[in-house]
Structures are given as structure tokens and as C-alpha cells.
Design a protein around this ligand. Structure first.
Ligand SMILES: NC(=O)c1ccc[n+]([C@@H]2O[C@H](COP(=O)([O-])OP(=O)(O)OC[C@H]3O[C@@H](n4cnc5c(N)ncnc54)[C@H](OP(=O)(O)O)[C@@H]3O)[C@@H](O)[C@H]2O)c1
Length: 338
């Protein structure tokens, strides 16, 4: 069976690694160099530039672009797909139906472990496409069909984002080892080995049981676990899942188009006082900007930016937000003082 992937970024590349052995893959993107690099690595994969128009008539399409690119990409897609599988976080079936024509629609939430065939992938959508989608995505790991889009958004907050949470834990554990006196490479190797073994353990044993088994009375693990509880780690993870879920719901509302965003920015910039200045859409540019005055506008559609009601945490540090000027569908426009 042939699968057409639209987008060739991080997640698409992870999916290709699992899917190419079983399916004929057609990868469609906008950057010729990146496409050629994929073609070089996977000889039996076809690559195509999207250009102004790409025909999806009768195809099984896996949509792998960022949620905010949906408007732009959908304008270039012509014809009616047979099945549309979308991996776009938060983007609802309704938004997909409005944007791209297909007989069936399924939302799919894989994670980056797909690159090793170990994704935990959740799916929901048209029941007519349930069995086919489960079959296709079982090529990249485990699959679980969920009944509702809300459940998929919650699963996104656990398994889609989860590799980042676990990477943070792995990094912190290795730091702990180094702090206690281990060489960095040894600390990393021990942490990696721990995670590799834990996969099998958690599949076969309840999490609470594992904890009980390892915690002996007045033992080392009991001391370690007590420290984690003191630091409210459990509560931090519950909040992390809740925040990521809320963000998925925000992304699911109809997205503000790039043109609308630019118009809004220009109007607000003109209306604002002279010292206000528009900077960019990501925190890296913010941190690299050497000419920061006292008032700026900042737009964020970046999942890596932690947004709270009164402060914005960026790679430059925490900034007090004076006022949210505009907040629509996951695009935030703030005025703040450094
Ligand atoms: N990363 C994860 O762990 C993860 C997990 C689950 C789901 N997802 C979902 O996967 C999707 C992709 O994420 P990602 O991390 O792979 O992002 P990414 O690396 O930025 O990839 C996005 C891809 O879309 C392409 N693209 C953007 N606009 C386009 C356009 N107008 N026409 C054609 N191609 C266009 C980009 O092309 P260029 O290369 O030319 O920029 C790039 O290849 C997102 O919707 C995300 O929610 C990600």
C-alpha cells in the first residue's frame, strides 16, 4: 500500500523509519535539499516538492506539518484523499474536514520513539478507518484507539510530550550522579540502561507495585522517594499533563492565519508607543536580541514557551507580563517590561 506523507520534519522522519519497510512511501515537502537527504537515506522512498499544487486524489495521506501550517498546506492540496491521517497536535477532526477533502479522517498521536519502532501511538476518528489506521501505525510501535478527541488530547499530553518529560528526568538523574561524584559518561550510561530496562518492567507490573518492591524499610530508595515527594514531583507531573492538555485544546480552536497575525501585529505596533518594538516568534531570537528596550510585543506560538497569567518564562529568564493584548487560539501577543 502507498502512503503519502505531507511534511518532512522531525516527526515525519521518525515515522518514515518505521513505515518504509512495510509501505511504499511518497514524501512531500517544500525543501528540495531536505527531501533529497531523505531519498538518499531511504532508497525505496519517493520524494516530491509540494509546489503550488499537489494532487491527493484517492491517496492515503499522513499529514505531518505543524498545526499552524494547516491553512497554508491545505490550499496547495487538490482532490479528495481516501484517508487522511493527521498527526497535528490539538487540531480537531472538524478543522481537518474544513481544510482538506477526504473520505475518512483519523487523528493520530505518535511520539518520537517511532524512529526505533517503539512509539506509543493513540488514534481516534472515523470508525470506517479504524482497523486500517491501527494496522498502519502498528508498524511504528504500540497503538491504542480512543473513543473521543478529548481523550486523544489527554494522551497527547502524556505520550506525545512524554519523551520530553522522561528526557528531563534522565538528564536530572545523570546530573545527580555527577553531583555525587560519578563521571558524566558513566552517569549517562547508567541512566540510559535504567530507562531501557524500565520499559519492560512497567509493561508487566503496576507502577505502584514497582515502587513498593524497590522501597525497603528505612532503605536508600525510601529516602530518595521521600525527597521527591518533598519536592512535590508528583504534583508537578500532574500539572505538566494538565498544562499540555490545555495547550492541545487551545491549538484545536480554529487557528489564526499568518496573514491575520501579521496584520494584527502591524496595527498594534502602530498604535503602541514609539519605544515598543516587534520582535520575533520564538524565544531564541528573544534571548539573542541585544537591543532590548523596556517595552516589546512578543508573539508566541511556540510550544516550548511556558505561558502563565502573570509571567512569561523564556530562555532569557522570567519576564513579568504587564498585559495580554491579544490571546486567540494559541497565538499570544503580550506587552511586557523587562
Ligand atoms: N515532535 C514531536 O514529538 C511530535 C509528537 C507528536 C505529534 N507531533 C506533531 O507532528 C507535527 C510535526 O511536528 P515536527 O516536530 O515534525 O515539526 P517540524 O520538524 O517543524 O516539521 C514540520 C514539517 O512541515 C513542513 N511544512 C511546514 N509548512 C509547510 C508548507 N506550507 N508546505 C509544505 N511543508 C510544510 C516543514 O517544512 P520545512 O522542513 O521546509 O520547514 C517540515 O518539514 C506537528 O503538528 C506536531 O504537533 C510532533
Amino acid at each position: 500500500m502507498k502512503l503519502t506523507m505531507i511534511g518532512n520534519g522531525n516527526m515525519a522522519v521518525a515515522l518514515i523509519a518505521g513505515l518504509y519497510k512495510k509501505y511504499d512511501l511518497e514524501i512531500v515537502g517544500r525543501n528540495g535539499d531536505k527531501l533529497q537527504a531523505i531519498a538518499k537515506k531511504y532508497k525505496n522512498v519517493t520524494v516530491k516538492e509540494i509546489g503550488d499544487s499537489f494532487d491527493i486524489e484517492g491517496k492515503n495521506v499522513i499529514l505531518c506539518v505543524k498545526p499552524y501550517s494547516l491553512d497554508d498546506v491545505s490550499k496547495k492540496l487538490k482532490g479528495k484523499a481516501k484517508n487522511l491521517f493527521s498527526i497535528l497536535a490539538g487540531t480537531t477532526l472538524e478543522s481537518l474536514k474544513n481544510a482538506i477533502s477526504s473520505a475518512h479522517y483519523v487523528r493520530v498521536m505518535p511520539n518520537v520513539s517511532a524512529v526505533y519502532g517503539s512509539s506509543m501511538t493513540t488514534l481516534t476518528g472515523d470508525l470506517d478507518a479504524k482497523e486500517l489506521s491501527k494496522e498502519i501505525f502498528s508498524a511504528i510501535g504500540e497503538v491504542l484507539w480512543l473513543d473521543t478527541q478529548k481523550e486523544l488530547d489527554i494522551a497527547t499530553a502524556i505520550a506525545g510530550s512524554g519523551p520530553a518529560y522522561l528526557a528531563l528526568i534522565a538528564d536530572a538523574l545523570a546530573d545527580g550522579g555527577v553531583k555525587a561524584g560519578l563521571k558524566r559518561d558513566d552517569a549517562k550510561a547508567i541512566t540510559a540502561g535504567l530507562f531501557a530496562g524500565f520499559g519492560d518492567l512497567i509493561k508487566n507490573t503496576e507502577a505502584s507495585k514497582i515502587k513498593e518492591q524497590v522501597m525497603s524499610p528505612a532503605g536508600t530508595t525510601a529516602c530518595g522517594v521521600a525527597s521527591l515527594e518533598d519536592a512535590n514531583v508528583r504534583s508537578a507531573f500532574i500539572k505538566a499533563v494538565e498544562s499540555a492538555f490545555n495547550r492541545a485544546v487551545e491549538l484545536g480552536k480554529n487557528s489564526f492565519s499568518l496573514l491575520e497575525t501579521l496584520i494584527c501585529v502591524i496595527i498594534l505596533a502602530v498604535l503602541s508607543v514609539g519605544m515598543s518594538k516587534i520582535i520575533s516568534t520564538n524565544t531564541d531570537t528573544l534571548s539573542n536580541n541585544s537591543k532590548l528596550d523596556d517595552a516589546y510585543f512578543y508573539i508566541s506560538n511556540d510550544l516550548n514557551t511556558t505561558i502563565q497569567t502573570t509571567q512569561l518564562t523564556t530562555s532569557k529568564g522570567t519576564i513579568q507580563v504587564n498585559k495580554t493584548i491579544y490571546d486567540k487560539d494559541g497565538i499570544y501577543l503580550y506587552r511586557y517590561k523587562l
